[in-house]
Design a protein around this ligand. Structure first.
Ligand SMILES: [Zn+2]
Length: 104
């Protein structure tokens, strides 16, 4: 676990403590900081126990982010929002290509 910081990780200026708030996933109290120099906001004491955060449950939608369910996405790739995201990326890429992506 990191100690609380009050130094902006972007510009190294002193950051101001905005508030402290407990997470929904755990009862741990998080400290929110804001840098008045570059306007970056950040959590000063983020969790770094990645092996716990990204356990098998996380990939099933049972972790810190209930919107994540990679196991469902693997089972039903055509029914996930990622399918729509990739379709949009293809439209954007084709628009950026010369001749709309058509072969000359
Ligand atoms: Zn800054």
């Amino acid at each position: 676990m990191n100690a609380e910081v009050n130094c902006c990780p972007i510009c190294s200026h002193e950051a101001v403590l905005i508030c402290k708030k407990s997470g929904r996933f755990d009862a741990r109290e998080y400290s929110y900081f804001h840098c008045n120099s570059c306007h970056f906001s950040f959590i000063g004491n983020p969790r770094t126990d990645y092996e716990v955060l990204y356990s098998e449950d996380y990939y099933k939608g049972l972790g810190a982010d209930p919107m994540i369910d990679y196991m469902y996405e693997l089972d039903y790739p055509d029914l996930t929002i990622r399918n729509y995201a990739w379709q949009s990326f293809c439209v954007i890429f084709n628009d950026l290509l010369p001749n709309g992506g058509a072969l000359a």
